[in-house]
Write a new protein. Structure first.
Length: 295
DNA sequence: AAGGGAACCAACCGCGTACGA
DNA sequence: ATCGTACGCGGTTGGTTCCCT
């Protein structure tokens, strides 16, 4: 089916919003609610497309938006959640009241990614793509980007595999997701925070994507648990969890670069993670979880 | 002082999906 | 079941500001 254009291109203003436009948008939404974003600009007397209005409202004008620099606690939360969720900015933003996905995404790309990479590079150089592979050739750069993505994906998969094996070992680490589960962020998930935002989180991870080689992608629909199921999720036993994880992983073939979108599966498993699963180590900083992988 | 590159961030674009007809 | 529409999300762009030489 054809994709409908988001808005008429002619007669629609673009670029930075003026204070007058902001005022008009705020006034209208305050009085009438946003209703249909598509028709809102017309009703509010704005020469903007609905999409633009929605973005402006959500990212800037909405009440409760927290401006200014991120606190250390927020930074830590972002880093830890990103380790679990990947680039699911909306899901991460759901854990940071007053922060928008766009803001978090920008902050990650401009501040945190670099810092985390630096930190990883110092402690765990093997997790970074080969720094010697640098080229101005577009094709080579493209390959480097692919390789970088593949390394990251394999690292995630490897960590998840380690989780599987942990049942038969008494080694203290590295139960990546389990440790995260028992970290500060995991505490928040288990406590009320996860209940408040469970809907948005579940919405954002309602599909598990299966990356197939040759860039073919197919979607595997999974059912979205209802709020009342949250308690049940907590009660699932360790063996069923492990079996589920094994099922997911056995369908992938890391050698051929077929792998689960472990960001999604990780969150899904986290939300189903039973308390009974024990783990013997604990650390607040997820970077520490990688200790021992490179040594 | 100037200009060039880097950093930052608001806004845009395209895709996937939910939902109603 | 199919199609059309609207919405939400993540990636990307481009304008502005900052910083260094």
């Amino acid at each position: 089916m054809g994709k409908a254009p988001c808005c008429e291109k002619h007669g629609v203003k673009r670029g930075a919003w003026t204070p007058e436009e902001d005022e008009a948008l705020v006034d209208y939404i305050t009085k009438h609610g946003h209703g249909s974003w598509r028709t809102l600009p017309k009703h509010a007397g704005l020469l903007r497309c609905g999409k633009s209005c929605r973005l402006r409202w959500i990212n800037y004008l909405r009440p409760g938006i927290k401006r200014g620099s991120f606190t250390n606690e927020e930074e830590t939360t972002i880093i830890q959640l990103h380790a679990m969720l990947g680039n699911r900015w909306a899901a991460i933003a759901a854990q940071l009241p007053g922060r928008t996905d766009n803001e978090i995404k920008n902050y990650w790309n401009t501040h945190l990614k670099k810092r985390v990479r630096q930190s990883l590079g110092e402690k765990h150089p093997c997790l970074l793509p080969d720094r010697n592979v640098q080229s101005n050739s577009p094709s080579t750069r493209h390959m480097v980007q692919w390789e970088s993505a593949r390394v990251e994906a394999e690292t995630r998969l490897s960590l998840e595999s380690t989780l599987l094996n942990s049942g038969s070992t008494t080694k203290t680490y590295p139960d990546y997701f389990l440790q995260l589960w028992h970290s500060d962020v995991g505490d928040k998930f288990r406590a009320g925070v996860v209940c408040q935002s469970i809907v948005s989180l579940e919405e954002s991870c309602s599909d598990v994507s299966l990356q197939v080689k040759n860039n073919r992608t197919q979607s595997l629909k999974v059912s979205t648990p209802k709020l009342e199921d949250v308690n049940l999720i907590q009660e699932q036993n360790a063996s069923s969890y492990k079996l589920k994880l094994e099922d997911d992983i056995s369908g992938s073939d890391s050698g051929n670069y077929e792998f689960l979108d472990t960001s999604d599966s990780a969150l899904k498993h986290l939300l189903r993670m039973p308390d009974e699963i024990g783990f013997l180590g604990h650390t607040d900083n997820f970077l520490n979880l990688l200790d021992g992988r490179c040594d």
